[in-house]
Write a protein that binds this ligand. Structure first.
Ligand SMILES: NC(=O)c1ccc[n+]([C@@H]2O[C@H](COP(=O)([O-])OP(=O)(O)OC[C@H]3O[C@@H](n4cnc5c(N)ncnc54)[C@H](OP(=O)(O)O)[C@@H]3O)[C@@H](O)[C@H]2O)c1
Length: 328
């Protein structure tokens, strides 16, 4: 089978190689999935560069999420239940950028047949992060303002649409003016281009006296630091990405005054939740993808052989939507 492997830690377009491998066999409690498609997410590329939560292993296969069909199962009841089903493939060990992936049966999720493959490919990482951060950790309520940094990302657009659905207001920050009409059309309440004026002044002009209670930031660096300073004294910010690769600079006075800042990582968050809660989460994600709230904007498609072009496209500014590897 064809599989994308890491030949060294470094620039994705140089170190990711498409090679031939033998097709893996599922062991006890495992399933083998014939992969249909898998997205290229920022986490895949951070891992390749050695800047992710886990250290990359040279020779390992990549790809954390995707869609496929369970084709063969090892001994075990859950695997038998999954046999033949189309599933979202939540591959915590990576390896979905391959024609076949073997993983534990409890890491595949059967999905309703009306959801298209390209949506099931991105079923989990961004939609689950959006719901857990907004509804569970921050507890954003109807009428509240939420500041959404890097709002033009796939995840940022989901936040805007969830705001329309749940009745909270979004103050969105982008780095390119060209994104404003698109985000407004999705339902953004306010969109501002970063770096033009003091963010704190802009925020207080928009949000008013009550101040900004909630913010989410995947950028860090100067941009994320300005977001933190624009919070009200009882505000709460979640940092969920490192797009700028720069550290945050935060005034200790802001912390002493009561502002809170916290990291969010879906991998750790999900481990702490009971299975029944995760099953409800998967149901809610299906419902909201169908409703056009947590759907992923489609971007360019590539085959496994085209991995070098695909990873460049995945980080191109203005790519429009999620880059997808189409596998079978
Ligand atoms: N912590 C978690 O568990 C978790 C889970 C899911 C996602 N995430 C994070 O969420 C973020 C968005 O993911 P995604 O899949 O939605 O990404 P995506 O669709 O690939 O979009 C990336 C966006 O980031 C913007 N961007 C890139 N570098 C930037 C910078 N230095 N400053 C400001 N904006 C920048 C791009 O803006 P342009 O359009 O202007 O190029 C683009 O809109 C990523 O950081 C990802 O790692 C974290």
């Amino acid at each position: 089978m064809k599989s994308i492997v890491l030949s060294a830690v470094g620039e994705p377009s140089e170190v990711l190689k498409c090679i031939d491998k033998s097709i893996p066999e599922p062991g006890r409690g495992q399933v083998r999935v014939r992969m249909i498609a898998s997205p290229i997410n920022p986490s895949d590329l951070m891992l390749t560069r050695g800047r992710y939560m886990v250290k990359p292993e040279v020779g390992s296969s990549l790809g954390y999420e995707g869609v496929g069909v369970v084709e063969k199962v090892g001994p075990g009841l859950l695997g038998k239940y999954m046999a033949g089903k189309r599933v979202a493939v939540l591959n915590a060990a990576g390896g979905n950028w391959s024609e076949y992936a073997v993983l534990p049966a409890n890491r595949v999720v059967p999905v309703p047949s009306d959801l298209p493959d390209e949506q099931v490919a991105s079923f989990f990482v961004n939609p689950a992060t959006v719901l857990c951060m907004v509804r569970e950790v921050l507890g954003v309520r109807r009428g509240d303002w939420l500041l959404n940094n890097a709002a033009g990302s796939s995840l940022g657009k989901m936040i805007i649409k969830l705001g329309k659905r749940d009745g909270f207001k979004t103050l969105n920050i982008v780095r390119r003016e060209a994104l404003i009409p698109e985000l407004k059309a999705l339902g953004a309440d306010e969109v501002v281009v970063e770096g033009r004026e003091s963010l704190a002044e802009l925020v207080s002009g928009i949000v008013g006296k009550s101040g900004l209670k909630h913010a989410i930031d995947p950028v860090a660096g100067a941009s994320g630091s300005a977001v933190f300073e624009s919070l009200a004294s009882d505000g709460h910010m979640l940092v969920y990405g490192t797009l700028s690769s720069d550290p945050l600079t935060i005034s200790p006075r802001s912390l002493i005054s009561g502002k809170r800042i916290e990291g969010f990582y879906l991998g750790h968050y999900m481990q702490r939740r009971p299975m029944w809660k995760n099953l409800l989460l998967f149901k809610e994600i299906s419902r909201l993808i169908r409703a056009g709230v947590l759907d992923t904007p489609p971007g360019p498609r590539f085959t496994l052989d085209q991995i070098a072009q695909a990873v460049v496209a995945a980080e191109a500014s203005g790519k429009g939507g999620k880059v997808l590897l189409t596998i079978s």
